[in-house]
Design a binder for this molecule. Structure first.
Ligand code: URA
Length: 239
């Protein structure tokens, strides 16, 4: 990849300003000033801008623990965008993987891998998403079998079977393999329950675990591979 391309992709600078910085001797490769905007970067090159090392952020997945009252959108609307919680260097090329409601918390991904993004959100790949749910009144055991059948949740939409695991009188886990609009709230609503709180605890092979609310981390290579494999993508093409 060319030096100007690398810098504009991995920082929030435009290609034009990157060129300017290179010509102003602000860019170094392995500690030496480089004035060649079209320099072809080698695997082990360490690139710095204003003496700050610039990491290659290409081809990653970020896991964020979404707080309440943020929206899964690239820009602010009625609530602030989740992008406010993410370093600006990711804003140009990273996109949210699907959506969570403004009042839902928990695991949401961002990635610059468009094919992975499309597959993770496609019902065709049946990726399991597990949520911790709190409801307003006593959970009946019969819900386990009701949810394991397809359910008509209105507007002509039928859910795929979901797995319900009751934890105690008003809390449970639900695992779904698709992401219809307000799917879980509508599913519980059908059986006269209000969802009081909803938190996504895992997405495919990745668990939220103890990631702090409002914080994010870049997935390890092993985790990235497991996500690629979960949607039948060729690992070698993306490392
Ligand atoms: N189902 C919902 O109802 N809301 C979410 O945010 C996710 C799944």
């Amino acid at each position: 990849m060319r030096l100007d391309c690398f810098l504009s992709r991995n920082t929030d600078c435009s290609r034009k300003s990157v060129k300017k910085y290179i010509l102003q001797s602000k860019v170094k490769i392995n500690g030496t000033v480089c004035l060649d905007v079209s320099y072809k970067i080698k695997e082990d090159d360490v690139i710095s801008l204003n003496d700050k090392v610039i990491d290659n952020i290409k081809n990653h997945v970020i896991a964020l623990n979404k707080p309440e009252n943020y929206i899964s959108s690239m820009v602010d609307e009625r609530y602030p965008s989740l992008m406010r919680l993410i370093d600006s260097k990711y804003h140009k090329t990273y996109r949210l993987v699907g959506r969570l409601d403004y009042d839902t918390t928990g695991l949401i991904f961002l990635t610059d891998n468009g094919i992975l993004n499309a597959r993770l959100t496609s019902p065709k790949y049946e990726i399991e998403k597990k949520y911790l749910v709190k409801v307003n009144h006593l959970l009946k055991d019969s819900l386990v079998s009701s949810f394991s059948e397809p359910n008509d949740i209105g507007r002509g939409e039928i859910t795929k079977p979901a797995k319900l695991e009751i934890i105690d009188s008003k809390s449970c886990y639900i695992t779904i393999k698709e992401g219809k609009y307000h799917e879980i709230k509508r599913l519980f609503g059908k059986y006269n329950y209000d969802v009081i709180s909803l938190k996504r605890v895992s997405f495919g092979p990745i668990e939220l675990k103890d990631l702090e609310i409002g914080k994010y981390r870049v997935l390890s290579e092993e985790e990235y591979i497991s996500l690629l494999r979960s949607v039948k993508m060729k690992v070698e093409e993306y490392l």
